[in-house]
Write a protein that binds this ligand. Sequence first.
Ligand SMILES: NC(=O)C1=CN([C@@H]2O[C@H](COP(=O)(O)OP(=O)(O)OC[C@H]3O[C@@H](n4cnc5c(N)ncnc54)[C@H](OP(=O)(O)O)[C@@H]3O)[C@@H](O)[C@H]2O)C=CC1
Ligand SMILES: CC(=O)N[C@@H](CCC(=O)OP(=O)(O)O)C(=O)O
Length: 350
Amino acid sequence: MSTNKVNAAIVGSTGYGGVELIRLLASHPYVEVTSVISSSSEGTPIAEGYPHLTEIRTDLLDGVDPQAIRAKADVVFLATPAGIAAKLVPDLLEAGLKVIDISGDFRLKSPALYEQWYKKTPADENLLAQAVYGLAEVYGDRVADVDLISNPGCFPTASLLGLIPAVAAGWIDPATIIIDAKSGVSGAGRGASLGTHYSELNENFRAYKINKHQHIPEIEQVLTDIVGKPVTTTFTTHLVPMTRGIMSTMYATVIGGRTDKDFVELYSQYYEGRKFVRVRPEGKWPMTKEVWGSNYCDIGFSVDERTGRVTIVSVIDNLVKGAAGQAIQNLNLMMGWDETLGLQFVPVYP
Ligand SMILES: NC(=O)C1=CN([C@@H]2O[C@H](COP(=O)(O)OP(=O)(O)OC[C@H]3O[C@@H](n4cnc5c(N)ncnc54)[C@H](OP(=O)(O)O)[C@@H]3O)[C@@H](O)[C@H]2O)C=CC1
Ligand SMILES: CC(=O)N[C@@H](CCC(=O)OP(=O)(O)O)C(=O)O
């Protein structure tokens, strides 16, 4: 598909990922959002639930009907909970739509692994094989003109962008990788729950889903692909009392006598020409506020000569590079456009 104008629909537009797509696409030069869709509030204005969209989106929410979506749009973004895209995608593709799925339904190639980690019915195996995993800076050349893109998870995006250059170069031992990841609470979506309740979250810090997180097999699948033999990893997530942001702090044993300077050079070369990954100079590490509201992933390093390990710090905004921003970057690549179109935001600071 190569036209200079695309009409887009968003299923799950009343959730945090969907509403972030609305925000970002509002300034995309070639995309018009022609349908915002809800499974539970069809016929009501989206600004009713999100007054910040008053006078920005005055249209009513549409229902989930693949033919009706096709009548209004060329591309559909799915920002739905796990288990929904697996059921919807066959009909959306059949209707002739291009699909970019932000959920986890098409990321794992093995249906059995999906069932084990997500505890849901997996998508059709042929469609899983067809879906292209859109980690844009690594697999972006594979998404041109495809019909189905599976957008990476938020934690895998931060973690993999921080690990892949060193893993691919053989500079760290993949068997020794430990990923210590933290997320702001918007990563859990808009729905209220005990774990995201203000008084449970405020002035608190907790680990969750230890050794059970659904992003473990996703990270392992990609590292296995890069290394060419099975990789397992230790990955622990923590909830931070802040709204947006992910930090993955990663540790691994260094192979060969590499210095901070070597790592900075390796990563700068690997991501050369890629606008959304910024490598910090020696002795500098990024913080989440430095990418807030933007599509950047910022990365810093420290090699410890005493232990022979490197510490890699990688930060993103979970709703932008971790979800809606990377999905738009993938649309740009799918369409053969400049990957930065509609995404050239300066981070909000402070
Ligand atoms: N939040 C984040 O930082 C990230 C989220 N993701 C993934 O993106 C997806 C969306 O996340 P997020 O926006 O945070 O979640 P939210 O819970 O905020 O929103 C999900 C939306 O999905 C809609 N929905 C629920 N059931 C159905 C259904 N049966 N059919 C169609 N739509 C349905 C709901 O809207 P309605 O009732 O109006 O239909 C709801 O607003 C999830 O899979 C999540 O894991 C991925 C990366 C980062
Ligand atoms: C803070 C928080 O709860 N984050 C969520 C991220 C969910 C997500 O993005 O899930 P998928 O990538 O699998 O769609 C979590 O850790 O499960």
